[in-house]
Design a protein around this ligand. Sequence first.
Ligand SMILES: Cc1cc2nc3c(=O)[nH]c(=O)nc-3n(C[C@H](O)[C@H](O)[C@H](O)COP(=O)(O)O)c2cc1C
Length: 203
Amino acid sequence: MTIAIVTGSHRPKGESGRIGRWLHKKITADGQEAWVMDLSAVELPYWDEGMWGQEDLKDKWEDLWQPWAEKLRAAEGVVVVCPEWNGMMPAKLKNFFHLCSHREIGHKAGLIVTVSSGVNGVYPVIELRSHAVKNSKLCWLPEHLVVRNVQEMFQEKKPASEHEATLRERVDFTLKVFYEYVKALTLVRESGVTETDKFAYGM
Ligand SMILES: Cc1cc2nc3c(=O)[nH]c(=O)nc-3n(C[C@H](O)[C@H](O)[C@H](O)COP(=O)(O)O)c2cc1C
């Protein structure tokens, strides 16, 4: 299976990018294909009507978005690593979900991983669960991961604290569950029932 890992920080040296790369190593060590889309390094314009084909605006999307859209369509599962910024997801990640409204990630298993330098990280879980699925149609796992005190997490091969040791166990458990959801939802898409022009957008 192929897993897309999208990291949502705007900061090139942000912790979310580091966590995304750490997960990439873990997922590939589990024998899966994976790649990272680090939004701090990808310059995507904000959504405009070119995405709906408006003549004077549409050309740029061919170069800037379509290659990513194709990669996302080919992926079978999506991990979203989202920092908590002012109690929400950063604008580039919100924009990503505006762009993902044309069957790129629909009816695929999605795993939320949020990142906080302190003890927060729950606000973006709530935001992603409630505000990022209507048209993207990504199916979040009931399990999610919150990486608190991120600077101390996953730095060394051995866990530095009991909290980190438990979190590592939870990561292993959650990834196992995730892979099974990825397989199960592939069957759902292959059934053909999710294909619809009439109901392309959710209610
Ligand atoms: C603009 C901004 C706002 C932030 N707001 C919060 C916040 O509301 N809650 C929180 O726990 N951490 C907050 N942080 C700290 C991040 O949790 C911290 O930077 C962490 O490393 C994840 O972000 P990063 O991937 O950009 O590094 C904020 C950081 C930035 C840059």
